[in-house]
Design a protein around this ligand. Structure first.
Ligand SMILES: [Zn+2]
Length: 450
């Protein structure tokens, strides 16, 4: 007999999924170097236990992707669930519990990948198991557990789009980075990602006359580079507001007390530029990142190793530029030129375009909002633009509508962004189990599995 939604035993499913996450956290899939084989085998094995037939696709030695499909009975645009198996490296020193031990302590599961994003690997895996138990859904559902997100998706989602597009072609995609609790002025918001910025990697090079350290050169390459970097660090590029950002500000402010409810929407207007100046950096920086193209100098290189008395002839800086939906790499370069002038050479090393859904308020988004409100009656779903980077960059190339919704309920004293790629990454067990049920509510409804 197919499983009925109302008969799902959420306590036992939640505990089983928690143990799965614990085991997955014990598998070190750090990237670099990147090796997803063991994690992929674990996921594939768990799917097979429910009679599912995962396909393992190898993109390079030790780099694998697992694709699982449940065919729907009707001609509806498929839903793709995607989660990356790799994690950023962790150095044990400052962790309260070792990063690859999967300890369950103090109400949390501790470990690298707990929120980024082995939780979603396990949740997506469970979506497939539950749908399979419920019988054939109306809509086709695909789960891609992918490699290499943390190093640019070359062996994961981008590779799948290039080499196996038919395995993952879908109308909709759900992945990171949204659905977590954002505590703000006593309210619980749940940002749902409907857009993300693009990324342009640039190499900036300056040249000057080489010489001896005893006779300084006024226009050395190092001086020029330092001047350019200081200007970049101190200058805000022009604003580019798109409707999604204003929706976010409006929705949030609807639920804030006076005077925040009046001031917050103004942040999106030209007056907001003045308001932003009175906010502390930790509040204005994320808002700024969401309203303009940004450029950060990340890696600097100049001078030969140990050549402490030689003035180098060339200096280099790697720039990490992020662009707002609708902007092109040339746009940020033009804005950057206005800051640094014409002399420093700029070279585009890589460019990944922004991703966004203009008309995001569709049935799937509606189901996400309803599920948040049903499972957290005080929860307030809000659309938002992610300044960062996800696998959506790849799937967007197939025209898939990409949402970030990996539901996770967090207590007030735990900040999502504070845990991200940080020491003591951890997930509250009850918040994870809450997320599992909330995601299942959305996915089984949208798939027509109940
Ligand atoms: Zn991630």
């Amino acid at each position: 007999m197919p499983l009925q939604w109302s008969h799902v035993d959420w306590t036992s499913v939640g505990e089983e999924a928690t143990r799965d996450l614990q085991q997955l956290l014990r598998i070190d899939s750090s990237n670099p170097p990147g090796n997803e084989v063991e994690a992929a085998d674990f996921v594939a094995e768990r799917l097979r236990e429910d009679g599912l037939e995962p396909t393992i696709l190898t993109s390079a030695p030790d780099r694998v992707n697992v694709i699982t499909r449940i065919e729907g009975s009707e001609d509806l645009a498929p839903l793709l669930l995607s989660a990356h198996l790799d994690v950023v490296p962790a150095h044990e020193d400052n962790w309260r519990y070792p990063p690859f031990a999967g300890e369950r302590k103090e109400g949390f599961l501790w470990g690298r990948g707990a929120i980024d994003m082995k939780n979603m690997v396990v949740m997506s895996m469970w979506m497939m198991k539950l749908i399979k138990r419920m019988g054939q859904p109306k809509r086709t559902v695909i789960f891609a557990a992918v490699a290499d997100e943390e190093a640019g998706c070359h062996y994961g989602s981008h590779w799948l789009v290039d080499h196996h597009p038919d395995q993952i072609r879908a109308g909709y995609m759900i992945s990171e980075l949204g659905g977590f609790t954002l505590h703000l002025m006593g309210k619980r918001f749940y940002p749902i990602q409907v857009a993300e910025k693009g990324q342009v990697e640039l190499l900036m090079r300056t040249r000057g006359t080489k010489g001896h350290g005893s006779m300084p050169k006024r226009r050395s390459s190092n001086t020029k580079l330092a001047e350019a970097i200081a200007k970049i660090g101190k200058t805000k590029l022009p604003r580019h507001m798109i409707p999604i950002q204003q929706h976010f500000l409006n929705e949030v402010s609807n639920h804030l007390p006076f005077p925040a409810n009046k001031l917050f929407p103004l942040l999106g207007t030209p007056l907001g530029e003045q308001l932003m100046r009175i906010l502390p950096d930790e509040q204005s920086e994320p808002l700024d990142a969401n309203m303009r193209n940004t450029v950060a100098a990340t890696v600097l290189e100049a001078g030969g190793k140990g050549e402490r008395n030689v003035i180098p002839g060339e200096s280099r800086a790697w720039l990490d530029a992020r662009i707002i939906p609708g902007q092109q790499p040339e746009d940020v370069i033009r804005e950057l030129r206005a800051v640094i002038g014409d002399e420093p050479e700029l070279e585009i090393l890589d460019a990944q375009l922004p991703v966004w859904i203009d008309d995001y308020q569709d049935d799937l988004f509606g189901l996400m909002c309803e599920a948040i409100r049903r499972h957290d009656p005080e929860g307030i779903p809000v659309p938002y633009l992610l300044p960062g980077f996800t696998d959506a960059k790849a799937y967007n190339r197939l025209g898939i509508r990409c949402y970030g919704f990996a539901p996770l309920q967090l207590p007030k004293d735990v900040s999502f962004s504070g845990l991200f790629h940080n020491v003591n990454e951890r997930i509250p067990v009850d918040g994870f189990q809450w997320g599992l049920k909330t995601l299942a509510d959305v996915v089984t409804s949208f798939a027509g599995a109940r």
